[in-house]
Design a protein around this ligand. Structure first.
Ligand code: SF4
Ligand code: SF4
Length: 100
């Protein structure tokens, strides 16, 4: 989470489905370590389908993008492979209002 701002009371200015804030995984960089899956409290991530003939674990996928907390980007730091990215934060600040 992002320190204090994540603990403040907040509301979204438009419905969540209209806000394209969520992580994107670069499948070339993802090493299937599951750190993001273990870390995210919102169950945004899930393992992708098992690829036939391949013995390695399936790559991670963003299964529930709209469960991601708008302006949270904490999982980006958890991914040692640098596979997770987010859109520019300043374009999304307009969608969050703080009530206190
Ligand atoms: S933390 Fe990064 S490398 Fe590990 S499963 Fe998630 S996206 Fe892939
Ligand atoms: S930014 Fe936060 S809520 Fe969104 S996927 Fe990452 S850890 Fe989960």
């Amino acid at each position: 989470m992002n320190g204090k701002s994540e603990r403040r009371k907040r509301r979204l200015t438009v419905p969540r489905e209209q806000i394209a804030w969520y992580p994107v995984i670069d499948p070339e960089l993802c090493n299937s370590c599951s750190s993001c899956y273990d870390f995210c409290p919102k169950e945004v991530f899930a393992s992708g389908p098992v690829e036939e003939g391949l013995r390695r674990r399936p790559k991670m996928q963003v299964a529930n993008p709209y469960r991601c907390i708008v302006l949270c980007s904490a999982c980006e730091r958890e991914c040692a492979a640098g596979a997770i990215s987010f859109p520019p934060r300043e374009e999304f600040e307009q969608f969050v209002e703080y009530l206190d």
